[in-house]
Design a protein around this ligand. Structure first.
Ligand code: FAD
Length: 175
């Protein structure tokens, strides 16, 4: 199996959040596939990069803003959805054939490189059955909303009303 989903030794199968812990093929917990809590529980080192890899770097010389953890599955997800829905919000209302091609290719490549590999696998599976709809901005925005709702359902989160995608990601609510 590649990457591996089951740890080979005595590593925990489930994290304290109750979710299955995802391991990379080298047997280490996958940082971008787990919550930070589960990653820590599975033995992921938090200070690895700062404390061991660069012993010559005086800690005080590192700006405070650098000292943040790499993203876990939730932070990565939220940032990525923000990016993707914002891309939909600025996609042309009537894209040219070449802009439609670009978007199709982009979503295809996105599905291959998304850092949480098990999320990417499910996304690829879904989008192979639900090809990206890229003929208009409205169509693409709704397709993306459906894709996001698929993940919401998988995680037991409420479905978002896709009639409101444009208010959420483009126009605002303007009360
Ligand atoms: P998010 O789901 O990140 O949503 C951010 C905001 O988007 C919400 O506050 C809401 O205002 C808005 N929103 C919600 N739903 C929709 C919608 N349908 N359309 C438009 N706007 C909406 N996490 C996992 O644990 N397992 C997975 O398999 C997994 N797969 C993912 C696949 C992809 C392609 C991506 C991008 C992320 C995936 N994630 C996965 C992360 C997960 O979807 C969430 O991003 C993460 O759990 C954080 O959720 P959140 O509650 O902060 O809100």
């Amino acid at each position: 199996k590649d990457p591996q989903e089951e740890p080979s030794d005595d590593k925990p199968l489930f994290g304290s959040t109750g979710r299955k812990i995802i391991y990379d093929k080298d047997g280490k917990p996958c940082r971008s596939c787990n919550t930070l809590l589960d990653f820590k529980m599975a033995g992921g080192s938090l200070m690895g990069a700062l404390s061991t890899k660069k012993p010559s770097l005086a800690k005080d010389s590192v700006p405070e803003t650098y000292k943040q953890e790499p993203p876990d599955v939730e932070q990565l997800g939220k940032s990525t959805w923000t990016f993707l829905h914002s891309v939909a919000a600025t996609y042309p209302e009537s894209p040219s054939p070449s802009q439609q091609d670009d978007m199709r290719q982009f979503m295809n490549i996105f599905g291959k490189i998304y850092p949480c590999w098990f999320c990417a696998k499910d996304f690829q599976k879904w989008s192979s059955k639900n090809e990206p709809k890229v003929k208009t901005q409205e169509e693409f925005g709704r397709w993306l909303c459906d894709a996001h709702n698929e993940v919401n359902a998988k995680l037991g989160k409420p479905k978002f009303d896709c009639n409101l995608w444009k208010q959420r990601w483009k126009d605002g609510w303007d009360e």
